[in-house]
Design a binder for this molecule. Structure first.
Ligand code: ANZ
Ligand code: ZN
Length: 803
């Protein structure tokens, strides 16, 4: 056998797959479909990362195995190419973002192809392609028509450095996720998507999908549904009231003061009654500089100011209580006002301690001289005339019922989830296909005029007033109203990067369709996605947004199922060899190109599948990578020891059956590492034996093929096996033959242990000794020895005495 030259082998088979369209699929109703999806990359200037290769290889393994199991497998790839880094690069260099994107895509595609992924490239999509974003715009228009897209003056998160509005999710610890600048608040008219209307379904329907538990929990926590009541507190001496949202209406008798957000409207309304209004305004001004995150941090020292001259009345005790303002109450959640119950809420407790406010315990238990008692399972109500003796749960219901009957409150469900700010004041995004007419208001573009393409601009820089660079292109901006024909202006904001990725998996199935986002036939056949794997960082927002869009399309009768992804899993990150996140600045980045050229794509793939538990992050190790390459070299050499054979040989039969079983299961359950380990062990057994027959080798190659597709195809061909592995079927095993009826004999020479021998339990002395002397190891040990005695204890031990 010639030397294993990975470069030639890999180029050859990549060309073969391409020429033969091995992975291109069409609808085939006679075959069961399988749709495997991985997150499409943002084609950055840095190129592909070894981290990308881990999830892509994982579902490539699954896809290749499913094809061998006769499934009709769709495994597509594309480009999530709108977004800030490309735009920022365009601003710096003046090169058109389209050109930058093209170059980056070409580089990424080359890299992906060099790793041998079995993507169906005939279905490649690009979110920046007008043929693609035509449908992103179309979906937006449908949302507008259903009242789910609306414009609103919103205090938005404003990054003074990117000059751009940011979604809440893009603000991390009060800083811009991209550039790290301190985020400010700014009011602007924004397009919003009413994702809150889907909040309940986005929780309920999780029961029907197979996601990792922690992913479900993230979805639920992000939506943040809380069930409670809304109660009115009259403001003494006025006709007005303050309304609060509370999850603990049972504690109403312990509400000894109120706290409202510094921005609450009641403050300016009663400015002339509030005797310390200057102090109040001063506090509000200071609070406006803090991010939501800073304001709600639990450990933070509490600050606040009492509104002197204004008091509220507790609707149950009828007592007057003070009203405070504090930044720990957010204007954007609930009603922006709370009833404070210091005995049973830790934030209120800290606040009351600091400002010496009264505390009344209403649930029995704990020690409120030390901390708030927050348990809701154990205690009984006290100091609460209407509820004394009840459990917390009973008191909750009773409080709400009493408030409802008496007209000062009712049940209420609140969500942490906000509507989605969908406008970006940037160039490199999908134009929002809306037109403003003084007479008709906001009118959507006629659907036959889609796509609305991006105009050419002179500079990509947003204007300093925060409008998008497109606003300067007056020829484009000035248009006529689709409804009345009068003069009108186009929207100049663009969509966020989340838009294109919210539905991309629906376009892969029919990417060149000009009439619909995908044909009904394709939708009915391919959807939903059977298995979606992606990064842990995308299991909240991207997942939530795309589930929302899909549900909307389900309501329109376009999506055939309620949920887009039947199964969702996540992989761990690949870290630098020092255990830190790979980054240029840390100098620990591994370039996949270098690995492919030096060790081969199959080595990279096998290594990344072998490096550890798929769900956990793992540090890069060049040493293990080299070890993996050595394993493939040994697989290559197996071809030198090939013998004839139409079935598994007796001594290997059990291990082959066991390995088929293990590998089949492990590839399906993301335990690639243990599946590969089983193949390595089998190789050791074969090498000990010294030969492998054709039937065995074929099975071995097919089992390894999904992980290392190039070397296995090459060996298949060079051994003269018929056809190609892509056309074979996945090996099956016989359950009965996966359990060993064998024992392991320790073999001693003159009482010293030298080797071990597998033999059937009921093999005779003669049979066992024959096996011993004929085995590779046995030959080496006993060849030329002068054997004087053979002691055989059935089922126990063999001792050979030599002179
Ligand atoms: C009285 C009370 C007593 C509360 C008690 C809790 C415990 P979640 O679960 O997050 O919905 N709250 C309401 N609106 C708020 C706002 N805008 N900013 C800050 N806090 C706010 O929490 C609901 C609870 O958070 C509400 O129930 C309210 O405090 C507070 F023993 O009301 B509670
Ligand atoms: Zn009009």
């Amino acid at each position: 056998m010639n030397k294993y030259n990975h470069a030639d082998v890999e180029k050859k088979w990549q060309k073969f797959w391409q020429d033969n369209k091995s992975f291109e699929v069409d609808i085939d109703k006679d075959k069961e479909k399988f749709y495997a999806l991985v997150e499409f990359p943002y084609p950055s200037g840095q190129g592909l990362h070894v981290g990308h290769a881990r999830p892509y290889t994982a579902l490539d393994v699954v896809s290749r195995k499913k094809r061998l199991e006769e499934k009709n497998v769709l495994y597509p790839m594309g480009w999530d190419a709108f977004g800030l880094p490309t735009e920022n690069y365009a601003i710096k260099t003046g090169i058109h973002p389209k050109k930058v994107t093209e170059d980056n895509v070409a580089n990424f595609k080359n890299q992906l192809q060099s790793i041998g992924f079995s993507f169906d490239w005939s279905k490649e999509i690009n979110t920046t392609d007008p043929d693609y974003y035509k449908w992103t715009q179309w979906i937006f228009i449908q949302m507008f028509k259903k009242g789910l897209a609306y414009k609103k003056e919103m205090p938005i998160n404003w990054c003074p450095s990117c000059l751009c509005g940011l979604a809440n999710e893009e603000v991390v610890n009060g800083k811009c996720e991209r550039c790290g600048a301190e985020v400010e608040q700014k009011v602007r008219s924004q397009w919003m998507l009413k994702i809150t209307e889907y909040a309940d379904r986005l929780i309920e329907d999780l029961k029907d999908v197979d996601y990792f538990d922690r992913i479900k929990a993230q979805q639920i926590n992000w939506i943040g549904r809380s069930i409670g009541g809304q109660l009115k507190f009259n403001i003494a001496g006025t006709e007005d009231y303050l309304e609060v949202f509370t999850t603990r209406p049972d504690t109403i008798y312990g509400a000894t003061y109120m706290v409202i957000a510094p921005e609450h409207e009641i403050i300016e309304k009663y400015a002339d009654k509030i005797t310390n209004i200057d102090q109040v305004r001063d506090y509000r001004h200071k609070a406006s500089h803090l991010s939501e995150f800073e304001r709600t941090e639990l450990v933070k020292d509490k600050t606040g100011v009492e509104l002197l001259g204004l008091r509220a009345i507790n609707p149950f005790t009828k007592k007057e209580i003070p009203i405070w303002i504090s930044d720990y109450v957010l204007a954007s959640y609930g009603t922006g006002a709370i009833m404070a119950v210091p005995a049973h809420d830790q934030r209120d407790y800290d606040f009351a301690k600091k400002f010496n406010l009264p505390m009344v315990q209403v649930v029995d238990g704990g020690d409120i001289s030390k901390e708030a008692f927050t348990d809701i399972e154990s205690g009984k109500m006290i100091n609460s005339p209407l509820f004394d003796g009840l459990s917390v749960k009973e008191a909750k219901d009773k409080a709400i019922e009493y408030a409802r009957v008496n007209g000062f409150g009712d049940k209420k469900v609140n969500y942490k989830l906000r509507d989605w700010i969908f406008s970006r004041q940037r160039y490199w995004g999908e134009p929002i296909p809306m037109i403003y007419c003084d007479k008709c208001g906001w009118v959507p573009l006629d659907e036959k005029d889609l796509p609305l393409t991006l105009p050419e601009v002179e500079t990509y820089e947003p204007s300093k007033d925060g409008s998008s660079p497109i606003s300067k292109m007056t020829d484009w901006v000035n248009t006529t109203c689709p409804s009345c024909g009068g003069p009108a202006k186009r929207e100049t904001d663009t969509m966020p990067q989340w838009a294109g990725s919210s539905w991309y998996f629906m376009r892969y199935i029919d990417p060149h369709n000009h009439e619909e986002l995908a044909s009904k036939e394709a939708r009915d056949y391919w959807l939903n996605v059977d298995w979606y794997n992606g990064g842990m960082e995308h299991t909240t927002l991207h997942l939530l947004y795309s589930r929302f869009w899909y549900k909307f399309l389900y309501d329109l009768g376009i999506a055939p199922t309620k949920e887009p992804y039947a199964k969702r899993t996540s992989h761990g990150m690949i870290l630098g060899s020092n255990g830190e996140k790979m980054s240029k600045s840390r100098g620990n980045v591994i370039n996949p190109n270098d690995i492919v050229s030096e060790y081969g794509a199959d080595t990279l793939r096998t290594y990344e599948m072998f490096m550890g538990d798929f769900e956990k992050s793992a540090p890069w190790s060049t040493e293990s990578l080299i070890g993996t390459r050595r394993y493939l070299d040994r697989v290559w050499k197996l071809a030198d020891n090939l013998v004839d054979g139409d079935e598994y040989s007796k001594d290997l039969e059990i291990e082959f059956n066991q390995t088929i079983k293990k590998v089949s299961e492990d590839y399906e359950t993301l335990k690639f590492n243990t599946g590969i380990a089983a193949l390595m062990e089998l190789l050791n057994t074969i090498n000990k034996k010294g030969s492998i027959n054709k039937t065995e080798f074929k099975t071995y190659l097919i089992l390894l093929n999904p992980v290392a597709p190039h070397i296995t195809e090459e060996l298949w061909e060079s051994c003269g096996f018929e056809g190609h592995i892509v056309d074979q079927t996945w090996p099956t095993y016989d359950e009965a033959k996966t359990v060993r009826d064998e024992i392991e004999y320790p073999v001693q020479i003159n009482g010293k242990l030298r080797m071990k021998l597998q033999a059937s339990k009921d093999a005779s002395k003669d049979e066992v000794l024959k096996m011993l002397y004929e085995s590779q190891e046995g030959k080496e040990i006993f060849g030329g020895q002068n054997i004087v005695k053979e002691i055989f204890v059935p089922g126990k031990i063999i001792n050979i005495v030599v002179k």
